[in-house]
Design a protein around this ligand. Structure first.
Ligand SMILES: CC(C)=CCC/C(C)=C/COP(=O)(O)OP(=O)(O)O
Ligand SMILES: C=C(C)CCOP(=O)(O)OP(=O)(O)O
Length: 292
């Protein structure tokens, strides 16, 4: 099978699982509609695919861990809904649609994010999958660590505090490591944990994810300058409007291109010890040139 086809199949599994899980309309219709609105609006489904494929890489069965892959997508979607709020980045477009608060109002958007975050943990802990309980606990703890104050939320706090200030490169790196990198690392680490991978394998996939996560965020910063809103499905120029220091403002586009290339090569090398690293290497390479 070619890699693009494999990516499509993984994504289709995730889409089908999410649509089925969020099929019923619950009593608090507005809240539930707001959750579905952002969660089922597409998106690249990068984090779930990383989890499924890291699981496969470490000898596990990707289909068995689908609830976990969908859980990380719920959590990621919550972060995007909150990131777009007027009190944060104040953006109007996400995944090709008006942002959640534009459609449902701020209060419901905040609650939809809260509910998706909570649903992620409910989904993992009630998954009923046939895996050792310790792996389930380790995976849930890994996601909790990555999402909270020591991870993504901490990174977002640094991002907010940095608005309007000139940050040093090391500060931007730290901010992005937490804001974006932590969840991407967790996706890969969870795939390995759930597959029952060895400590060496866990270390290697985390290294891959750290390099990939940074490259991904630098590319995101570049697209905010040189991208196209229709292709991206989100506005460009948001970082400048919010006076953020980014890799692009610090290094310029050309240096950023080189940095992304270098990080991608390092991500590919991190998988040297695995028998079948080809798909994840291809994915890293594909993300370097992404336009959305
Ligand atoms: C707790 C919260 C709200 C976390 C948000 C995390 C996150 C990765 C936001 C998007 O970053 P971005 O603003 O750089 O990306 P985009 O260009 O997609 O808005
Ligand atoms: C971390 C960043 C840059 C936020 C957007 O993430 P994605 O680019 O993965 O967004 P979706 O495809 O899931 O919408």
């Amino acid at each position: 099978m070619n890699f693009a086809q494999q990516m499509k199949e993984d994504t289709a599994l995730v889409e089908a699982w999410l649509h089925e899980a969020f099929r019923e309309r619950e009593t608090r219709a507005d809240l539930y509609d707001a959750m579905r609105y952002s969660l089922l609006a597409g998106g690249k489904r990068l984090r779930p695919v990383l989890m499924l494929e890291t699981c496969r890489l470490c000898g596990g069965d990707p289909e068995q861990i689908l609830p976990f892959a969908c859980a990380i997508e719920m959590l990621h979607t919550y972060s995007l809904i909150h990131d777009d709020l007027p009190s944060m980045d104040n953006d109007d477009l996400r995944r090709g649609r008006p942002t959640n608060h534009k459609v449902y109002g701020e209060a419901t958007a905040i609650l939809a994010g809260d509910a998706l975050l909570t649903a992620a943990f409910e989904t993992m802990l009630e998954s009923g999958c046939d895996l050792p309980a310790q792996r389930v606990l380790d995976a849930a703890a890994c996601l909790g660590r990555a999402a909270g104050a020591r991870g993504m939320v901490g990174g977002q706090a640094l991002d907010m505090a940095g608005e309007g200030h000139a940050l040093a490169l090391s500060e931007v790196e730290e901010l992005q490591r937490l804001k974006t990198g932590a969840l991407i690392s967790a996706a890969c680490e969870m795939g390995c944990i759930l597959a029952g991978g060895s400590p060496e394998e866990r270390k290697a996939v985390v290294k891959y994810a750290q390099k990939l996560g940074l490259a991904f965020q630098i590319r995101d910063d570049m697209l905010d300058v040189e991208g196209d809103a229709a292709t991206l499905g989100k506005p460009i120029g948001s970082d400048a409007a919010n006076e953020k220091t980014t890799f692009v403002t610090l290094k310029g586009l050309e240096q950023c291109h080189k940095l992304v290339e270098q990080l991608t090569a390092e991500a590919e090398r991190a998988l040297d010890g695995f028998a079948q690293p080809e798909f994840l290497r291809w994915l890293a390479r594909t993300l370097v040139g992404r336009n959305n």
